[in-house]
Design a protein around this ligand. Structure first.
Ligand SMILES: [Cu+2]
Length: 488
């Protein structure tokens, strides 16, 4: 602990300039929308508008810009195949929107009139459902029920006025396409900010994919999942949520997949303030630190970040805190495809006797990353290189601590070769938001995991400075023309 503090102090030495949370009034958002690509610096002083909501931030996912046509906010979504890097080196073929899976986040104000142009660049028909929206039935996007599916190359234009507020989302209403990534957040800010106001507002979309070793395309028919993501990234590639010590924080969790996810926050109690149906009355708020986000649900949680530190936020299903879990394919994960001459059970790695970690099955049967396992050294799709698994560039490759008699202990190994120093890849996932984390942290973070970093003012500012520098380097990073990020 003292080491970490010292480390933080050293790397973050020097206080930056106080950065106030940016809030946006309804008018401001519209004015900004009127001028795509331009930011109105003059408006930056209006920070303490009691009725304004802060703009929500979706780590690793852009906001969708809009164009004002009269009083209509016009958004343009393109359904298309997407190459997505879910952890360093693991690029998979998903389907999403505008180059992203999940698709970009849409943010509007209660009462807005919106037009949503949906183009289908997929090789098959799709549809767009506005989940939980109270709109005329012909705008519901249910193929076969309220409209014809949108043909490949086709377009459908949705238009309606939104009187709701809360955490909503859009998704393809074709079930298998949902499992390819086709969802995005749709935040409806209330006319007047919720009380108590939050200083930070985050969106996290929970997804899961079955992507077998040596394959880049999710198997949408699978019933088990080996890649679990927050906003399209698996830990340690997820981007931490940065907050200042003492701030009130909202996290909007959205789930679309085959599993329900109990999302757990360390170090704080929160209250559930909203569902996929909007704001909950305050009388229903009770303390907790784990919220079950069921399939097709959203949950808003709020808390005061009163406990400084780097706190884990994660799904608590043990297998959802892992990457590349693939016990269902056993031998296939260690060879090039299905071995010939075996019956199906053995070919698929189904166990007939013994347990997965027994000696005859190898100490890490089906554990795709297989570091430390001779049985899995020829895998080629993981961060390890085929034939040379211990030389992976960027990984730190420390040694796990195991006792002398480890192999005589029934059940060994469990986490010894799956978590820890040899899985660390701090440099590979280096970014401002990770600055100053405890060295080796990344070896313990996988699947649906990220940090809520509750930072003192100076460290917070230091990281924002770094981020600003980095964003300045990327040319024209205009993920939401006309809207300011809350961190500015
Ligand atoms: Cu989970």
């Amino acid at each position: 602990m003292s080491n970490r503090r010292g480390f933080l102090r050293n790397v973050l030495a020097g206080a930056g300039i106080f950065a106030s949370a940016k809030v946006l009034s309804a008018q401001e958002m519209q004015m900004h929308g009127d001028m795509p690509g331009m930011k109105m610096k003059a408006k930056r002083e209006t920070v303490h508008d009691r009725d304004a909501s802060v703009l929500a931030e979706t780590p690793d996912i852009p906001n969708l810009p809009f164009r004002l046509d009269g009083n209509v906010k016009e958004f343009h979504l393109i359904a298309e195949p997407v190459k997505q890097e879910i952890v360093p080196g693991k690029v998979v073929d998903l389907w999403g929107y505008n180059g992203s899976a999940p698709g970009p986040t849409i943010q509007v104000n209660q009462g807005d009139r919106v037009r949503l142009i949906v183009d289908n660049h997929l090789p098959e028909a799709t549809s767009m459902h506005w989940h939980g929206f109270e709109v005329p039935v012909e705008m519901d996007g249910a193929p076969g029920a309220s409209q014809d599916p949108i043909a490949p190359g086709g377009r459908f234009v949705y238009e309606f006025t939104l009187q709701q507020e809360g955490t909503y989302f859009y998704h393809s209403h074709m079930a298998m396409q949902e499992m390819m990534g086709m969802i995005g957040a749709f935040v409806m800010h209330p006319k007047n900010a919720y009380k108590p106001r939050v200083d930070k507002d985050f969106v996290i979309i929970l997804q899961e994919y079955a992507i077998l070793p040596n394959i880049t395309v999710p198997n949408s028919m699978n019933m088990e999942f080996n890649w679990l993501t927050f906003n399209g990234k698996a830990g340690p590639a997820t981007t931490p949520l940065l907050v200042r010590h003492g701030e009130r924080v909202r996290i909007r969790l959205i789930n679309l997949g085959m599993d329900h996810h109990p999302i757990h926050l360390h170090g704080h109690q929160f209250v559930v303030t909203g569902t996929e149906g909007g704001r909950q009355p305050e009388s229903t708020w009770g303390p907790g630190n784990t919220v079950l986000v069921g399939v097709a649900q959203s949950r808003d949680v709020e808390f005061v970040a009163n406990n400084p530190g780097d706190w884990m936020l994660h799904c608590h299903l043990p297998h959802h805190m892992m990457n590349q879990m693939s016990s269902m394919v056993g031998p296939m994960s260690r060879r090039n495809g299905m071995p010939a001459g075996l019956d199906m059970e053995r070919g698929m790695g189904m166990l007939r006797q013994g347990n997965a970690t027994s000696e005859e099955n190898g100490p890490s049967l089906g554990r795709g990353l297989g570091v430390g396992s001779t049985a899995e050294q020829t895998m080629s799709n993981s961060p390890l290189k085929a034939g040379n698994p211990m030389q992976h560039q960027g990984m730190q490759m420390g040694k796990p601590e195991v006792s002398k008699d480890a192999n005589s202990v029934p059940g060994f190994p469990q986490d010894a070769f799956m978590e820890g120093p040899m899985m660390a890849m701090d440099q590979m996932v280096d970014k401002p938001e990770n600055f100053g984390l405890r060295p080796g942290w990344s070896g313990f973070m996988a699947g649906m995991m990220t940090f809520v970093r509750v930072l003192p003012q100076d460290k917070y500012n230091q990281i924002l400075e770094l981020r600003k520098k980095q964003e300045g380097n990327k040319s024209m990073k205009m993920d939401m023309p006309g809207m300011e990020h809350q961190h500015e």
